[in-house]
Design a binder for this molecule. Structure first.
Ligand code: GLC
Ligand code: GLC
Length: 811
């Protein structure tokens, strides 16, 4: 069952039924100021950091779900309704929610009045515009009462939910003209305030929540709205809100636009006050003036649209399946921008208070983003590297506002450092900018300990070499990519977190996943060293890579697949010998991507085992058989019910590793089959089962052992976005930027006749046509660049500023 449709021309998903199986959301804002908005107007706003600088309040896991947001109430006679259906849930004559690229437009109609709310954050602006257009489509004059509504969060979102003894007494506001200012704690250590304005005189307002709503009511029947009378309250403590009251008279056919703005202001400490206890409103007024007419708003909106035209124009494809095209050309790239901005911090499944930017997560997110805005990727890589320790280990995460490592989240995840080699080499291949390697980058944010970025990569590489276990395989530490395979934790206290609890720091538990990762990014490190003339460094590193390959072949192969690990006691994990968890996806992915034992047929065998034991209708599960009891020596993985999350869920992030592995042995049909199982646009028809948005990837789909296989959770913030984009573009469609050009080596379903792609690369445009006359999966017979035949599969660098044609004949 579907709840809407893709409008590819406008790059929108249009929801036509407000009762989606879960709130389907969108993100507004591209740099510093962000909002989450659901299809019924729910959600919240923050500046840079969803924990420390939350502007509006949101209650997770609430009843009913997704209550609280930026609401508009329209009172037309005795009928009260909202354009987005919620919170009043008055049945509408028309409802549409258009989620587009960094904007959302919600349209509702009732009794001859149509209301449209367009929400977006202008580029480079610390504020969100909500343009409300009311139109009278009836034959009589309408006298409407319009109420706006937002609820302020007292800045620190975590404290806001806990510290009521203090918070109920701190709230402060000011009201001047049509602007409501939220200035809680401005008197003390804060130099920032927020405001909510509208570009028209108002006939009343409210800033005290209880007076507006009524203590025993919900958002669905605020007293002030139901009675059609604002209370004109000034909040002192309790819960400050902002609500404007506007009387609107519309003749038949007439319409009117209102521009609301939610803004955030920072002032220099010496300029905080206009007069005693009266805040300096100048910066707010300047912001309001910037967008106080429909024309100005339209111009800003057009700018946002061209910004996205430009970003998405960097890679576009045309295949014979529109579901694939819309993923690649629109939604997957869009999601990569969102994961770049948010890491795993704020979604409808991530509360915005638990996690900031993850070391491994943000490095991986970059591979789907680097082609969009390389300069921002560069800055991010250096920010991440600055949180590394001198021995190569890392904070697992840092807070975006401070850019400092956060020790409360734990550390000791031994895969972390290697991802820095991935992000950096991808960045250099995209841009040709080797200067990033010479940047001086601190350790643990301490400038006095700075070394070049190249040194950071080197210690990342050697962190593995210096931490090998009894089988010469990498020690796992607290965990590797799989946060929940905790082989050193031995936790039996339900009150402690697996992420931070006492880690035995044993030197026995080893990871085959890190082994594969090391072979791949070790080879990348070697290649990079050669590129910059460090041949001795390269030769030395190569030895360690070769040793690792031997170690995997010797002690990492179980007969039909790669082992997953050795536990604290040196026993096999992910072996046919085990009763549960005989086979795991991660090591099959990484060791086949690394082509370890490919000549001996190990890769093919491992991938066949994946098909046989891990694959199901909805994707590839993480492990099999699922764990059915708690294994203290494995940790969190065995805490989840079978079929969910890391315990045999379809953890989408790792499915593309298998797709890539399949392309390494030339099986394009199978790689693509796996792709279509988890790509959201292919799941649109089963939205009722799938539950989450059909336009973005989710972290997890319930696996074959679960109660309801195919049901998804944790949409938006997942490494799946970057990895699936990387897998489809670089391995299935086969176009890979490299230091000296672009290599093209597709691995596609045999039935395909080919496809075309336009790729902007280092200032030039490549118009690429791939033809598959003999219906093979892999193999390039001929490569023709600007009419001339080229040997091999690499398109050499072409002149910038021009368009070049590339023809690839497979066979
Ligand atoms: C979550 C984490 C990621 C981890 C994965 C598997 O997605 O953000 O860092 O690799 O789970 O445990
Ligand atoms: C839990 C989740 C895992 C996530 C981690 C982050 O372990 O299962 O997916 O990465 O929490 O804190």
């Amino acid at each position: 069952m579907k709840y809407g449709f893709f409008d590819d021309a406008n790059r929108e998903y249009v929801i036509t039924n407000p009762k989606t199986p879960y709130p389907w959301i969108n993100y507004l804002g591209n740099e510093d100021f962000f909002s989450l908005v659901s299809n019924t107007g729910g959600g919240y706003t923050f500046y840079k950091d969803a924990k420390f600088r939350r502007l509006t309040r949101y209650r997770y896991n609430n009843v009913p779900t997704d209550d609280g947001g930026k609401y508009f109430y329209i009172k037309d006679g005795e009928t009260v309704w909202n354009p987005g259906w919620k919170p009043c849930k008055t049945s509408l004559d028309k409802y549409e929610c258009h989620h587009g690229m960094s904007y959302t437009k919600i349209i509702g109609a009732k009794n001859g009045v149509e209301a449209e709310v367009l929400q977006f954050v202008p580029l480079g602006f610390w504020g969100e515009i909500l343009k409300v257009s009311l139109k009278n489509e009836s034959k009589e004059t309408k006298k409407l009462k319009l109420f706006s509504f937002i609820e302020w969060c007292l800045w620190n979102a975590s404290d806001d939910m806990e510290n009521f003894q203090r918070n109920f007494s701190t709230g402060e506001v000011e009201i001047e003209g049509s602007v409501i200012y939220h200035k809680t704690e401005f008197k003390e250590r804060r130099n920032h305030y927020a405001f909510y304005s509208v570009n028209t005189p108002i006939q009343g307002y409210d800033t005290d929540r209880e007076s507006f709503i009524g203590l025993y009511n919900g958002f669905d029947c605020p007293d002030a709205v139901m009675e059609g009378k604002p209370r004109n309250t000034e909040a002192h403590g309790w819960s400050p809100i902002a609500s404007h009251y506007i009387e609107v008279e519309l003749a038949p056919g007439a319409s009117k636009d209102f521009i609301f703005m939610l803004g955030y202001v920072e002032v220099a400490p010496e300029e905080k006050w206009e007069s005693k206890l009266v805040i300096n409103k100048k910066p707010a007024k300047a912001m309001i003036a910037k967008y106080d007419t429909v024309e100005k708003v339209q111009a800003a909106f057009n700018e946002l649209r061209s910004y996205w035209d430009n970003l998405l124009g960097k890679i576009t494809i045309k295949s014979n399946d529109e579901r694939l095209d819309r993923m690649v050309n629109i939604w997957n790239q869009y999601q990569c921008m969102i994961t770049f901005n948010m890491s795993r911090s704020a979604s409808f499944f991530e509360s915005g208070i638990g996690r900031g930017m993850g070391f491994r997560d943000s490095n991986q997110d970059l591979i789907g983003f680097v082609h969009q805005i390389p300069a921002r990727a560069r800055e991010r890589i250096l920010d991440i590297a600055a949180t590394q320790f001198e021995d190569g280990s890392c904070y697992h995460q840092y807070q975006p506002l401070t850019k400092k490592g956060n020790s409360a989240i734990g550390g000791d995840f031994n895969d972390d450092p290697l991802w820095l080699i991935l992000s950096t080499t991808e960045y250099i291949k995209e841009t040709g900018d080797f200067s990033i390697l010479d940047e001086m980058v601190p350790f643990d944010n301490d400038e006095s300990k700075a070394k070049t970025h190249f040194e950071h990569l080197k210690i990342s590489f050697y962190h593995v070499v210096n931490n090998l276990g009894p089988h010469n395989l990498p020690l796992i530490g607290r965990a590797d990519w799989n946060d929940c395979l905790n082989l050193n934790c031995f936790s039996n206290d339900p009150n402690e977190s697996f992420q931070t609890t006492g880690n035995k720091k044993g030197r026995t538990a080893e990871s085959l996943m890190i082994a594969g990762l090391f072979v791949i990014y070790g080879k990348e490190f070697v290649k990079l060293c050669k590129q910059i003339g460090k041949n001795d460094e390269a030769a030395e590193a190569q030895k360690h890579v070769d040793n690792m390959i031997e170690a995997v072949k010797k002690d990492g192969w179980d007969g039909e697949w790669y082992l997953r690990a050795y536990d604290y006691f040196g026993r096999k994990v992910g072996s046919n010998e085990n009763e549960e968890g005989k086979i795991f996806i991660e090591s099959q992915g990484w060791c086949t991507m690394a082509e370890i034992g490919k000549e001996e047929g190990l890769c093919q065998k491992a991938l066949d085992s994946v098909k046989e034991r891990l694959d199901c209708k909805y994707g590839i599960v993480l492990n099999n058989p699922a764990f059915t009891k708690y294994y203290i020596e494995y940790g969190e993985i065995s805490t989840y019910p079978a079929g969910y999350k890391e315990n045999a869920g379809i953890f989408c992030h790792n499915n593309p590793w298998i797709m890539i592995g399949e392309t390494m042995i030339g099986r394009g049909d199978r790689a693509y089959e796996y792709y279509t199982k988890i790509a959201p646009s292919f799941l649109e028809d089963i939205s009722d089962l799938h539950k989450v948005e059909p336009y973005v990837y989710c972290q997890m789909i319930a696996g074959k052992d679960a109660y309801r296989p195919g049901e998804a959770k944790n949409s938006w913030l997942s490494g799946t976005a970057a990895w699936n984009f990387y897998a489809i573009i670089q391995y299935i469609l086969g176009l890979k930027p490299d230091y000296d050009g672009i290599s093209i080596n597709p691995c596609i379903p045999k039935a395909w006749d080919g496809f075309t792609m336009i790729r902007q690369f280092r200032g030039a445009t490549y118009n690429i046509t791939v033809k598959n006359p003999n219906h093979v999966s892999k193999g390039v017979k001929q490569l023709i660049v600007n009419g001339k035949q080229v040997d091999g599969i690499v398109v050499p660098m072409q002149e910038a500023g021009k368009t070049h044609t590339v023809e690839v004949i497979m066979g």
